[in-house]
Design a protein around this ligand. Structure first.
Ligand SMILES: Cc1cc2nc3c(=O)[nH]c(=O)nc-3n(C[C@H](O)[C@H](O)[C@H](O)COP(=O)(O)OP(=O)(O)OC[C@H]3O[C@@H](n4cnc5c(N)ncnc54)[C@H](O)[C@@H]3O)c2cc1C
Length: 481
């Protein structure tokens, strides 16, 4: 029986496994290798806390691109959502742990024993993959952390984001410092007389804030970031005329910025949210990014990415309101500046912050939590699997060093610039290649297209597809879930 190994069992790997299983019509063994975060849930949906909500409305969270209401239909089976009127259910921001339940329930449907309707089998291996070698006959040997090996015909990397960045402090370690927002910092919450400092002002900071509020902690929180911007709130946009040319990917960065700024100003003039402009661009973002020259990508990252991120990754309106209230009441202070170092001060941690004019301030926290997001420089990776793959020349960093270089058909590009026949990748690893490759609406399409590609490739049972067109445009796909 042919074997496909998937490394990473978060959203991307799980849904790739499910799509392989549901679309395969000949025997196939799918090995889903996962460690550290809960199977099916990954980092985002592994939280057990009720207050950690999705930041995308339920209507857009189907895990499968060929069944737009799949998540809504599943929610309807739960007693707590069964009676909600449809318009309200569609706009609900559901707790992320419930979304994790949804993913697990889909996975378990496809973990049933093989029968004539489902000739593919998903095997779960709970371990860390640390290396891959390919034999001359094209078979992959995956080494796990305990030294055991697995064989597979094709390997899909779905390992998610790189671990959180280590900032300027290198290997700083202290009882009052949590290097990871998903660690066990809740056991170390300080006395309310002491400040709690969060490094970063993005979505993970919001999670920390919500948890502290839920725990009725009465102290003050300080959140620090380079730009001092917090995520914006979702809003109901107006009907706004189409303003993008037929092929916006051919505009280039300067023309695109000019066009967007013109429409942002126009929207501001009529008292509307300029976020509409970012929403309109969304279906084209990956193509625009791929058409940019390297210098344009670098310029975008330097000048516009921070602004793009706060507009693009929004939060539910009521949560935004709680954050702004806390800022107004002084319970949450947002500090703008560059974090230049961390140091121990007895049982507290001091954070040095440099402002725009070079002035330095020291902030002292009874607990400091690093919420600055994943490490950006891929070539410095601390992950054993990627260190080994880089050493073997099986992968190479993308041109921006944000992830790995991957072709349009998800084939990984090796150290010599060749498209691999055996190694594939999806998800946040493709950030430098696609820019937008983080949220469910992008990942569900990738998880399905890569499954179709692997099935064509490994079993030769389905006709060829053009994997670059969006799945929504295809009408050939049968689904069982
Ligand atoms: C806090 C948070 C909230 C989010 N909320 C939303 C939302 O509301 N809506 C939305 O659309 N998107 C959201 N996202 C974005 C997106 O949905 C997630 O980032 C997505 O779940 C990524 O899934 P993934 O499988 O690619 O990566 P991950 O979830 O990171 O999963 C990767 C898995 O692979 C494992 N792994 C890695 N390396 C190895 C190895 N060598 N061997 C074995 N296992 C390995 C990891 O331990 C992990 O379990 C959110 C992201 C975060 C972080």
């Amino acid at each position: 029986m042919k074997k496909v190994a998937i490394i990473g069992g978060g959203f991307s790997g799980t849904m790739a496994a499910v799509n392989l299983a549901r679309l395969s019509n000949s025997p196939l063994c799918i090995q889903l290798i996962n460690d550290k975060y809960p199977l099916g849930r990954g980092v985002a949906y592994g939280t057990k806390r009720e207050e950690h909500l999705l930041n995308v409305a339920a209507r857009n969270m189907s895990a499968v691109p060929d069944h737009a209401n799949h998540f809504l239909d599943w929610l309807r089976t739960r007693v707590d959502y069964s009676d909600l009127p449809d318009p309200q259910l569609r706009e609900t921001y559901v707790p992320r742990r419930i979304y994790g339940d949804y993913l697990r329930s889909i996975l378990s449907t496809y973990m049933q024993p093989i029968d004539s309707h489902h000739p593919a089998e998903i095997q779960v291996i709970e371990s860390e993959a640390v290396d891959i070698e390919f034999n001359f006959d094209g078979c992959a040997e995956i080494t796990l952390k305990d030294g055991t090996t697995l064989e597979a015909d094709r390997v899909l990397l779905a390992t998610g984001n790189q671990p959180p960045s280590t900032l300027a402090e290198g290997a700083f370690s202290h009882a009052a410092y949590s290097p990871d927002p998903w660690g066990n910092w809740m056991e170390k919450i300080p006395d309310p007389q002491e400040d709690l400092i969060v490094l970063g002002t993005g979505l993970s900071m919001i999670d920390v804030f919500l948890t502290l509020s839920e725990m009725e902690w009465e102290g003050n929180m300080i959140a620090i970031s380079h730009n001092g911007m917090i995520p914006q709130a979702h809003f109901r946009g107006i009907e706004y005329p189409d303003f993008l040319p037929e092929e916006p990917e051919n505009l280039g960065l300067d023309n695109l910025v000019q066009l967007l700024e013109k429409h942002c100003r126009q929207l501001q003039r009529i008292g509307e949210n300029p976020g509409i402009v970012v929403d309109r661009l969304r279906p084209h973002t990956q193509r625009i990014w791929q058409k940019f020259q390297l210098e344009e990508k670098q310029e975008f990252l330097k000048r516009y990415a921070a602004r793009w991120n706060v507009i693009r990754h929004r939060i539910a309106q009521p949560i935004h309101q709680r954050i702004t209230e806390a800022i107004t009441e002084g319970r949450l202070r947002v500090v703008r500046g560059r974090i230049t170092g961390l140091s121990a001060q007895d049982d507290k941690v001091c954070v040095s912050v440099q402002n725009k004019t070079g002035g330095e301030q020291i902030l002292e926290g009874g607990l400091v939590i690093n919420c600055t997001g994943p490490n950006c420089g891929f070539s410095d990776t601390s992950v054993p699997l990627f260190q080994n793959l880089l050493k073997r020349g099986l992968i190479r960093p993308d041109e921006l060093d944000m992830g790995i270089d991957v072709g349009a058909d998800f084939a990984v590009i090796d150290g010599e610039g060749n498209h691999s026949e055996f190694l594939f990748a999806i998800g946040p690893l493709m950030k430098g290649t696609l820019w937008e490759t983080t949220a469910v609406p992008e990942l569900r399409g990738q998880a399905m297209r890569v499954a179709q590609l692997l099935l064509d490739d490994v079993t030769m049972v389905t006709p060829g597809h053009d994997y670059r067109i969006s799945v929504e445009e295809e009408h050939v796909i049968e689904y069982y879930i």
